[in-house]
Design a protein around this ligand. Structure first.
Ligand SMILES: CC(C)(COP(=O)(O)OP(=O)(O)OC[C@H]1O[C@@H](n2cnc3c(N)ncnc32)[C@H](O)[C@@H]1OP(=O)(O)O)[C@@H](O)C(=O)NCCC(=O)NCCS
Length: 325
């Protein structure tokens, strides 16, 4: 039996169309809606986000990120024996984006499924993959977060449409005698379903309800800061570590104020906070692996570093994963 699972490669992909706050403000002005670069930066830290073009789906973004992760791990798609995609914007109602990704990678046979935990999706997926590796069900997992949130944004609602973006991030997680993932901690509380949701569904060939993102920003903000601190502390306790052991904090990239608030509560220097929200916006399940990959490729986060990943999102869901890279 394997003792640990370890990340051996990372990859990410952003669709080429970069939309700045000014671009978005111009588009919204055409609808008679007012916003500004200054408001968005001050309240969120976001300067730009990337949006897909028509016809590009989550599995397409996932494919590009997966190829890069495989390359950085020195693996090929045939080596992968488990595929998990975290997404709330799948290509279809079914089959899963993971099954579609598997086919696009040119392989078949290994289990492939999606995890739906909104912006906590990647920490959920990583925890599931870790458990499957440690119980011997898999040895080389491809774990992806991929989203096309631009498809579910209400561009008549300035309080939400300025916050999100599209993208994908991926890791290869392999069986290892060395740590690895040290501990994780996952939670959900469905009573908060109404504060962040896309309240639509398919029925009899029609979409019923309003399949566009709805959010009570202030309620989400308060909840997020509280649960991110709790999840980090619980995960550290499970691993027998302290805040001082964390080299890098990579929280879900939703809002710079939430991220800095979490770092401060953990008494961590802001220099240890990985920030990509300014260029990516909130890419939901993709945000953590995108930030991790950028931090690894820039040389900031190195092999041997201890990294805390933290997700929070609709459900409400939240969780953290502590790992040695
Ligand atoms: C959404 C969020 C940025 C709003 O910031 P806020 O400081 O709470 O702002 P408020 O909602 O109080 O709105 C303040 C004012 O700005 C206005 N406003 C909202 N969006 C605006 C925009 N895009 N441009 C300009 N003004 C805007 C509001 O209408 C309000 O105006 P009013 O005072 O005249 O009523 C903030 O609540 C937030 O980040 N929440 C968490 C969201 C999140 O992270 N979600 C994902 C979690 S997974």
């Amino acid at each position: 039996m394997t003792s640990y699972s370890r990340i051996t490669g990372t990859g990410s992909y952003l669709p080429p169309r970069r939309v700045t706050n000014d671009d978005l403000a111009k588009q919204l002005a055409e609808r008679g809606i007012e916003t500004s670069d200054q408001w968005i930066i001050e309240r969120t830290g976001i300067r730009a986000r990337h949006f897909v073009d028509d016809g590009v789906n989550s599995s397409d973004l996932a494919l590009e990120a997966s190829r890069k992760a495989l390359e950085s791990a020195g693996r090929v798609a045939d080596d992968v024996d488990l595929i998990i995609v975290a997404t709330s914007t799948p290509d279809m109602v079914f089959p899963s984006s993971a099954a579609i990704l598997q086919h696009k990678l040119g392989v078949a046979g290994c289990p492939a499924f999606d995890v739906q935990a909104v912006c906590s999706g990647f920490v959920y997926a990583l925890t599931v993959a870790d458990a499957m590796i440690r119980t011997g069900t898999a040895r080389c997992a491809l774990v992806v977060g991929a989203e096309v949130f631009s498809r579910i944004l209400d561009f008549n609602d300035r309080t939400t449409c300025v916050l999100f973006g599209d993208g994908a991030g991926a890791v290869i997680l392999e069986a290892s005698d060395e740590p690895g993932i040290l501990a994780s901690d996952l939670h959900a509380d469905g009573k908060h379903v109404g504060i962040l949701c896309v309240p639509g569904h398919v029925s009899g060939g029609e979409v019923l309800g309003k399949p566009l993102l709805h959010m009570d920003g202030q309620a989400v903000f308060k909840l997020a800061v509280r649960v991110l601190e709790e999840a980090a502390r619980t995960t550290l306790a499970k691993a027998g570590r302290t805040e001082a052991d964390i080299d890098w904090l990579i929280p879900h990239q939703a809002n710079i104020r939430i991220m800095e608030g979490t770092a401060k509560k953990l008494k961590m220097s802001l220099d240890k906070l990985i920030v990509t929200v300014h260029e990516h916006g909130n890419t939901s399940a993709a945000s953590i692996p995108l930030a991790l990959d950028e931090a690894v490729r820039s040389g900031k986060v190195k092999k041997g570093d201890t990294v805390m990943l933290e997700g929070v999102g609709g459900g409400f869901t939240w969780g953290a994963v502590l790992l040695d890279l």
